[in-house]
Write a protein that binds this ligand. Structure first.
Ligand code: F6P
Length: 537
């Protein structure tokens, strides 16, 4: 496979980028009165305005050429049909099968996985109905009122994000907490005011070997048994979500209380698998099915729409445009919805664990930039903190603004003010304010440069009707497929995460050293840090 940077489409984009680099969005809009309408797209109930990007019709054509040269279409099909595209782990990548409708066929290793997916969904639904109705009783006969999800990474970020996003639809007579950090503070604070007799722990771990999760789960079990004083209580207060039945059993959780998934579901792609049990407990089985339907609508769009009209493909290609031709290093995710407050954190794992790679699928080092740094905060909070740098700093930071036409809490003018701010920010970023405009306001000459906005700062605006389970599914699937598109162009393996391993190995070596006086054989910095800790211990 030729290196990305030698592909004709890449070279054409490079020349094109140099040619249009100095064109300002002001001029692009002035030259085409319909730009704000033509560079938009609506599919699966998601509207995208990409007109405030530093692109022309030619750019979009060349980007689509690049996607074709990289065989994006073939790669999409390979994913959807269960080819082992996660090469370094020799696994299929089939999170899309988690939302395949009953009765359809998705083969993995010659076996249709859809019946298993639905069998698990049905078991989860039956369990959630029992807990939500109070039919499932705790060990002392009390109903479950508090649910604590214990997991980390994909076994935490998706569940907590989805719970916060769908809180409006959640069972308000129950409370949901999420424990992830190995710092004892996390589990201590999460359980401080809970009644063990009314608490259900969900131990969520694909591998069921993750140090943080198993340690937190063990502490939770001790906490429960200290109060209920009967090992039989575990069966009523612990369920497991995992691919690893054997280790779940060893931990002491009855596998009758385990909801499984499969090695073809990556951790960061698992919020719609059994890992979503807390989401289903919160919003109910029908809410969860609506979420899956949202995912499915975006999957179908991604798989079938021509690239010119394909939301994830266009957004993925636009991000490649800025990374590889404008040197952009980050993307700001700016949801104008308080319920999406954890969405940027969720996307950090999805995007950065997937595409933070520097080796190609042909096992060679890349000679071009790959995965962006994703970050963000909900609007309008970010405006009063880091937006200054986006408007007037020295870096180019493409932004994704996300908003909803209808508010779930329509109080007075709140929603109008919120959306006015969203639209104002993308306008200000694109068009800025010239020195002439500032001067005309009567400011002294020395102040003019400080009050000038260069503009020409790109953004996408993504709008949906209102935030509900279906909309959330569409939004998450949109970004899953953006990540896929980026990975296909960069020719990297988006579905492994070897980069997390070294730190885990070193921590397990250092742990006994902190607890003993053994000889230290690290570098002088690490040795000194360990000695300092030992002295204080
Ligand atoms: O260490 C990274 C990672 O493997 C993530 O990819 C994963 O989401 C997280 O840890 C949790 O893993 P598990 O669900 O197996 O506990």
């Amino acid at each position: 496979m030729p290196s990305l940077t030698t592909r004709p489409a890449y070279l054409a984009l490079k020349a094109h980028a140099d040619a249009i680099r100095n064109q300002h969005l002001r001029d692009l809009f002035a030259a085409d009165a319909k730009r704000g309408e033509s560079l938009t797209l609506e599919a699966a109930g998601v509207f995208l305005d990409y007109s405030k990007n530093r692109v022309t019709a030619e750019t979009m054509k060349l980007l689509v050429n690049l996607a074709n040269e990289c065989d994006l279409k073939g790669r999409i099909e390979a994913m959807f049909t269960g080819e082992k595209i996660n090469k370094t782990e020799n696994r299929a990548v089939l999170h899309t099968a988690l939302r395949a409708p009953k009765g359809t066929t998705v083969n993995c290793d010659g076996k249709n996985v859809v019946p298993d997916v639905h069998e698990t969904l049905d078991r989860m639904s039956a369990f959630c109905d029992r807990v939500r109705s109070g039919d499932w009783k705790g060990h002392t006969g009390k109903r479950i009122k508090s649910v604590v999800n214990i997991g980390i990474g994909g076994s935490d970020l998706g569940p907590v994000m989805a719970y916060e996003a769908l809180r409006k639809y959640s069972a308000r007579d129950m409370q949901f907490r999420f424990v992830s950090n190995i710092d004892g503070t996390d589990i201590a604070e999460a359980t401080l005011d809970l009644d063990p007799a009314e608490t259900l722990f969900i131990v969520a771990s694909k591998t069921f070997t993750t140090q943080e999760t198993i340690t937190n789960a063990t502490t939770a079990r001790d906490w429960l048994l200290a109060a209920l004083k009967d090992p039989a209580a575990v069966a009523k207060h612990f369920v497991a979500l995992s691919t690893n039945a054997e280790v779940v059993r060893k931990f002491g959780i009855d596998t009758a209380n385990m909801f499984g998934f499969w090695d073809w579901v990556g951790g960061r792609y698992s919020m719609d698998s059994a890992i979503g049990l807390s989401t289903m407990l919160a919003v109910g089985p029908q809410g969860f099915r609506d979420l899956l339907a949202g995912f499915r609508a975006m999957d179908e769009h991604f798989r079938t729409a021509p690239f010119e009209k394909n939301l994830p493909v266009l957004m993925g290609l636009l991000s490649v445009w800025y990374v590889n031709f404008f040197g952009a290093e980050t993307v700001a995710i700016l949801p104008y919805d308080q319920y999406l407050k954890r969405f940027p954190a969720y996307l950090q794992q999805l995007t950065m664990e997937s595409n933070g790679k520097s080796v190609t699928l042909e096992n060679t080092s890349v000679d071009y930039a790959t995965g962006s740094i994703y970050w963000g905060e909900p609007g309008t909070n970010g405006q009063h903190s880091f937006y200054q740098l986006i408007h007037q700093g020295t870096r180019l930071i493409p932004c994704d603004f996300i908003g909803f036409l209808k508010s779930l809490n329509p109080l007075g003018s709140h929603h109008d003010i919120l959306m006015a701010n969203l639209f104002a920010q993308s306008e200000a970023l694109a068009f800025g304010k010239t020195a002439e405009q500032v001067k005309a306001e009567g400011h002294p000459d020395w102040l003019v440069p400080h009050r000038t906005f260069a503009g020409n700062r790109p953004s996408n605006t993504v709008l949906l009707e209102k935030l509900d389970a279906g909309a959330l599914g569409k939004l998450v699937a949109l970004y899953e497929h953006i990540v896929f598109t980026q990975g296909a162009i960069w020719n990297i393996g988006s579905f492994d995460q070897w980069g997390v391993e070294l730190g885990k190995v070193l921590a397990s070596k250092i742990l006994p050293e902190l607890q003993s006086a053994s000889e230290l054989k690290h570098d002088s910095s690490t040795n000194a840090l360990i000695r300092k800790y030992r002295a204080a211990r």
